[in-house]
Structure formats: structure tokens, C-alpha cells
Design a protein around this ligand. Structure first.
Ligand SMILES: Nc1ncnc2c1ncn2[C@@H]1O[C@H](COP(=O)(O)OP(=O)(O)OP(=O)(O)O)[C@@H](O)[C@H]1O
Length: 402
């Protein structure tokens, strides 16, 4: 089984001319974990994704992947590193004139020397993983936006990526389809253990899918850390965003001035304010292997525990098995902060949780076949138009793309 690689971003700054997009962004996407990047429109989330794959060159800082700083390496090395990535574009970025099978097979035909029968095996495996078996002959224009995203995801999977970037996977989808897609993302993570980064505006996605959350605002990464840190944060911009409120530092099109913000926050009923209670993270569908990243993350988060806010610490401890929680509490009581960072060791964290032997890769997909999910007739024309308006990933149009 593959294991995703860590992505280390250090002091990254990007401008276009005199316009600073963000500065001094530092974060680590831990190996195999799911991270979400939030931020109001225009804060540079897409620019960040493009910088991670080396399509844009930040002026300062480093992006280290597999020991290579992609901001300062040869084109040849960058080409190699890019092969580690799979990208889910906003509407799948499929070629409109090709059926789904050929769309998904495209990277294999372009970048490998696999025979047609090997290609067929890989394509069908990935189509099964995303619940698209039976739709091989469909054209992208004949299917719903949700199916197009699944097809785009299958295409992103065919070269067995170790890092997958999702650009607003939930855009243009209704809440039910978004819930299906979110479950699919978690299930895929369990199956392939790749490192995921999701850019989204969807609060529910942010609250239920990731292990880690970051937020861009006012040209800075205002916060980044384990999900419990942001989901319990009282930082005004984070609270405002996660509650979808008007009151707070985020304005209609620009930031608000401090006076207006203070007046609004004073008016706000404090009982109604605050981040909603943390809801549990989505679990993997029955029949699939557990997410190995969960145990790695637990060990990591416990090592960092003393550096986190008390509210975050409390939420994290609720997710720990009582046996481990008691031990962690006693260690925290008896050790100084610096020493706490060294315990517990990953192997000590969950002695009760023996890993199940991995299931074969061709586990039947828990994701229903498309015809069970999508009503006959597919999507209405307005939905198709909206999806095409939203496609602007990497700012490139590709010949024949729908
Ligand atoms: N190639 C470019 N040249 C000049 N400016 C650019 C370029 N790409 C992006 N920008 C600017 O960078 C800013 C951030 O854009 P970006 O699309 O990354 O924001 P975003 O956070 O992804 O927004 P949204 O949530 O609306 O998708 C915008 O002001 C945009 O105009």
C-alpha cells in the first residue's frame, strides 16, 4: 500500500506585481492526513494550490516534498515531483468529446507504457472506487456535476498519487451529493493513504472531513492545526467563517474597519455566538480498511497537546481511548512541557487498536452506482452552465475540454 508524502511549506510568500496574495505561510500537511484550507473568496487558496504543484513560483520560502524544494529545483526534478500529485479540478476538467473511460485512461496513455488491457484494469479499478462502474461509455455532458467530479477523481487516481489536491470539490453540488462526496473522500483516504488537501467554502465539509484545518485571511495564514483547534477557536475571523455570520472581520467584498466590526460584535448576542459544538469526524464506510493516518495523527497530536488551546485539548482528549487518556494525563502532570513533547511514542498510543490486515484493493465500492444516485434525465441545463462557469482551475483551457 502507498503512503502519502509529507508536504512542508516554510515562509512562503506570493505576490502579483505590487499585490501581495499571502505572506510567510508556514504549515505541514502530514503524511496521509486530510487537511482543509478555508478562506473567504479571493484570499489566494487557488494560488496556494498552484504553488504546491509548482505552477506558480512564490517569491520567498520553500515547499519541500520528498526532500526536494520545488521552489528551487530543476524543471526535470519538478516534473518528477509533479507525478506524485493528483488534482481534482472544480468540475472534473474532463474532455467533453471523450467518454468517461477514455477520460480516465488519458493520463495512463499519456504517461505510461501500459498495454490496453492493463489500462482497462486500472481504469475499472478506479471507477469502482468512486462508484462509477457502468458509466464508462457516458460523455461528460450527459452526466451530473457530482458524477463529473467522481470521474475527475478517478482520473486523478490512475497514476497512484501520493498527494491529492481537491479544488472546491463541493462547489455546485447539493448538500446530499456533497455528503456522498465527503464520505467518498474519507473512504479513498483509507484505501490509498495519500496526503489530501481540500480547498473548500463548505462549513460542513470543514467540520466533518479533515484532520487539520487552516484559514487564509488578510494575506496571512491566520491559523492552522488539528481540526479541534479551529473548531473551538474564538478568533473572530474563524468564528465568523465557521458560523457563516455577517458579523465579524470579513466584509461583503473587502475587510471591514475595526470600529464597524467592534460595534457589530457588541450587538451580537454572545449566547448565540461561538463556534458550534464539534461534531465527530466522518468514519470510513463499513467493509473498508481503517484510516492508518488516524493513529499517526493521534500520536502526533498528543505530542503537541501542551501547545494547544485548553478547549482544543479537551476536545482531543474526548477522542482518545480512556486508557490512553489516563496515561497521557498522568504524563502531562508529571512532566514539563518540553518533555511532554516526547511522549507518548506512537506505538504506545493505542495498544488496544491492532491494525486489521489490509483488505484487497478491489473491495466492492460502498459508493452506489451512478444510476442509483442520479435521477433519470441527469442535471438541469442551468446546473451544467453553472459548473462550466465555475471551472477556472489553473486558469487553463484545454483543447476539447467541455
Ligand atoms: N495569474 C495571476 N495573475 C495575477 N493575479 C492573480 C493570478 N492568479 C490569481 N490572481 C489574484 O490572486 C487573488 C487570489 O485568487 P485565488 O483565485 O487564489 O483566490 P481564492 O481564495 O481561490 O478565491 P475563491 O474562493 O473565490 O476561489 C485574486 O485577487 C486574483 O485576482
Amino acid at each position: 500500500m502507498l503512503m502519502g508524502v509529507e508536504v512542508v511549506v516554510e515562509g512562503l510568500s506570493k505576490s502579483f506585481g505590487s499585490q501581495t496574495i499571502w505572506r510567510d505561510v508556514t504549515l505541514t500537511l502530514p503524511s496521509g492526513e486530510i487537511s482543509v484550507l478555508l478562506g473567504p473568496s479571493g484570499t489566494g487558496k487557488s494560488v496556494f494550490l498552484k504553488s504546491l504543484v509548482g505552477l506558480l513560483k512564490p517569491e520567498h520560502g520553500r515547499v519541500v516534498i520528498d526532500g526536494v524544494d520545488i521552489c528551487d529545483c530543476s524543471e526535470r526534478k519538478l516534473y518528477e515531483i509533479r507525478k506524485l500529485f493528483g488534482v481534482l479540478f472544480q468540475d472534473g476538467a474532463l474532455f467533453g468529446s471523450m467518454n468517461l473511460f477514455d477520460n480516465i485512461a488519458f493520463p495512463l496513455r499519456e504517461h505510461t507504457r501500459k498495454s490496453e488491457s492493463e489500462i482497462r484494469n486500472v481504469v475499472l479499478e478506479k471507477m469502482e472506487m468512486v462508484g462509477l462502474i457502468g458509466a464508462e461509455e457516458k460523455l461528460p455532458g450527459e452526466i451530473s456535476g457530482g458524477m463529473r467530479k467522481r470521474a475527475g477523481l478517478a482520473r486523478a487516481l490512475v497514476l497512484d498519487p501520493e498527494i491529492i489536491l481537491f479544488d472546491e470539490p463541493d462547489s455546485g453540488l447539493d448538500p446530499v451529493r456533497t455528503a456522498y462526496l465527503n464520505q467518498l473522500i474519507v473512504d479513498l483516504n483509507a484505501q490509498i493513504d495519500a496526503t489530501f488537501l481540500i480547498v473548500t467554502h463548505d462549513i460542513n465539509t470543514a467540520r466533518t472531513v479533515p484532520d487539520n484545518i487552516g484559514m487564509l485571511f488578510r494575506r496571512n495564514l491566520v491559523m492552522y492545526g488539528p481540526r479541534e483547534v479551529l473548531l473551538t477557536s474564538t478568533e473572530p475571523v474563524v468564528e465568523q467563517f465557521l458560523n457563516g455570520r455577517r458579523q465579524g472581520p470579513i466584509g461583503m467584498s473587502e475587510e471591514k474597519d475595526a470600529g464597524q466590526m467592534a460595534a457589530e460584535l457588541a450587538e451580537l448576542d454572545r449566547d448565540a455566538a461561538g463556534v458550534p459544538h464539534i461534531i465527530p469526524q466522518l468514519e470510513v464506510s463499513p467493509g473498508l480498511p481503517e484510516r492508518t493516518a488516524v493513529r499517526r495523527r493521534q500520536a502526533r497530536v498528543l505530542r503537541e497537546l501542551s501547545t494547544l488551546s485548553p478547549a482544543a485539548q479537551q476536545e482531543i482528549m474526548k477522542t482518545i481511548h480512556p486508557h490512553d487518556a489516563a496515561r497521557t494525563e498522568s504524563m502531562r502532570g508529571s512532566l514539563a512541557g518540553a518533555e511532554v513533547a516526547q511522549v507518548p511514542q506512537p506505538t504506545q498510543v493505542q495498544p488496544h487498536a491492532q491494525t486489521q490486515p489490509p483488505l484487497p484493493r478491489r473491495t466492492p465500492s460502498p459508493h452506489p452506482r451512478p444510476e442509483q444516485q442520479v435521477p433519470a434525465g441527469g442535471e438541469p441545463p442551468w446546473a451544467r452552465q453553472r459548473a462550466s462557469q465555475q471551472r477556472r482551475w489553473f486558469g487553463r483551457r484545454r483543447g476539447g475540454e467541455q
